[in-house]
Design a binder for this molecule. Structure first.
Ligand code: SF4
Length: 434
């Protein structure tokens, strides 16, 4: 009885604070010089009333974050509120909760993936991508199967137990070539996992790669909103097909990764909420999130890059939504800020993907401008990363770092009603920065 009353009192106080907060903001915004006097006194009264409720905004945010951590979900309006109104205090609190959850599931381990960039030929023309078909200035290359095996050999000696073969949708790499490459790597390194990231294929092709030994597949959905998707891609590419591929991959039995850019052109906060809700429904095993970074030879070359802070926020929200999710701290984060990858880990990410490609091709796989490429040999790069992770209190094990299911207690989708009414405001500081 006592608990019921206190829950009711908290919910009531939250609602009251919310409306007071909203009211005084709206009223201040409305006041015109000719309306001063009575109205402004009223506003000041309401303002003081609102600040009498100490740190009411902090209180809201923390309650929302706690709710997300406890139930692994939030209502659409609540997610929107979190993304629109976060500040340093709430972000720090969110990151700390996300870190705790990551530690509960992965301890102090950060999983390593060796990225091998197979080819920068691509038949697609995604408007944001530096290696799109239409970019005539891209210096094209493709690795031979022997070169790929050499990369794996170096990586295996350094302790990598996952190799990620990533590339554009290069017609040269037929299913037969891919199958043979997967089989060769598997037979040489049976203790290692193979992740493919080679774009949209038929279900039959995905099945062949899986039968050959591929364990995981990464295919970012980029945006879960069909209208937004159409603004980022040519007409020949559809969100519908991308989604079909993702569901095909899952039904075959792959560990499936998806993901999206933060701050891509025309993106709104509602789009980001749709991404989160799609991920919650799809329940992938991995999600890669990185800030949008423009490439000068694309139609979006003049657009402003995405926000690192918002990207970190998305990582932390994802960690709380799906606690055992594999979340890389992406190269794009490391590009936007020299400590971006470390900050990603501190926001709840648990995977890093150093580049194992031969050093002479790394600068050619330029999806966006200024992509970090230290020119370090793989060995130096790994030592550097191990040291950086150690400084943060983490270690990199010699492990495949597979997805591990957790037992779900109860029905996490059975939620209490939202405490927050829909937000009426300009919803996108992502959009306004572009
Ligand atoms: S994003 Fe991928 S599919 Fe699109 S153009 Fe670039 S490499 Fe090709």
């Amino acid at each position: 009885m006592g608990r019921t009353f206190s829950s009711f009192a908290i919910a009531f106080t939250e609602r009251l604070c919310y409306y007071i907060n909203k009211y005084y903001r709206t009223e201040f915004a409305r006041v015109r010089p000719e309306q001063e006097g009575e109205r402004i006194e009223h506003c000041i009264f309401v303002y003081y009333l609102s600040i009498l409720m100490p740190s009411h905004k902090d209180f809201f945010m923390k309650r929302l974050i706690d709710k997300l951590a406890a139930t692994q979900t939030l209502e659409k309006e609540e997610l929107l509120y979190l993304l629109s109104d976060y500040d340093d205090n709430s972000s720090e609190y969110l990151f700390a909760r996300a870190r705790d959850v990551a530690k509960q599931h992965f301890g102090d381990q950060i999983y390593l993936r060796g990225l091998i960039e197979l080819s920068n030929y691509c038949k697609c023309d995604c408007l944001y991508c530096g290696i799109r078909r239409s970019n005539k200035n891209a210096e094209r290359y493709r690795l031979t199967p022997e070169e790929v095996l050499d990369c794996c050999e170096i990586g295996h000696k350094l302790g990598f137990r996952t190799f990620v073969l990533q590339g554009g949708e290069d017609r040269h790499f037929s299913d037969d070539i891919i199958v043979s490459m997967v089989e060769s790597i598997k037979s040489a390194y049976p203790d290692s996992a193979i992740t493919l990231s080679l774009g949209e294929k038929s279900k039959a092709s995905y099945q062949r790669y899986f039968n050959a030994g591929a364990d995981r597949y990464l295919l970012r959905h980029e945006t879960a909103d069909p209208i937004h998707y159409a603004r980022l891609h040519p007409k020949s590419q559809s969100l519908q097909n991308r989604m079909k591929c993702l569901y095909d991959l899952k039904s075959i039995g792959y560990q499936v990764g998806t993901g999206f850019m933060v701050g891509s052109p025309y993106q709104t906060l509602e789009n980001l909420v749709s991404d989160l809700l799609f991920i919650q429904e799809f329940q992938p095993h991995m999600v890669g999130v990185g800030p949008f970074l423009p490439h000068h030879d694309t139609p979006f070359g003049h657009h402003v890059k995405g926000s690192m802070e918002l990207t970190l926020l998305m990582i932390a929200i994802l960690r709380l939504m799906i606690p055992n999710l594999l979340i890389p701290s992406t190269t794009a984060l490391g590009t936007i800020h020299c400590t971006g990858r470390e900050q990603g880990i501190l926001a709840g990410a648990n995977v890093i993907m150093p580049n194992l490609s031969p050093t002479n091709v790394r600068k050619k796989y330029l999806l966006y401008d200024n992509k970090i490429s230290t020119g370090q040999e793989a060995a130096e790069g790994v030592i550097d990363l191990r040291n950086r992770m150690q400084t943060l209190g983490y270690r990199i094990p010699v492990s495949r770092g597979d997805y591990r299911p957790v037992h779900q207690h109860g029905n996490t989708r059975h939620l209490s009603p939202s405490l927050y009414p829909p937000i009426e405001r300009s919803t996108s500081h992502v959009q306004s920065s572009i």
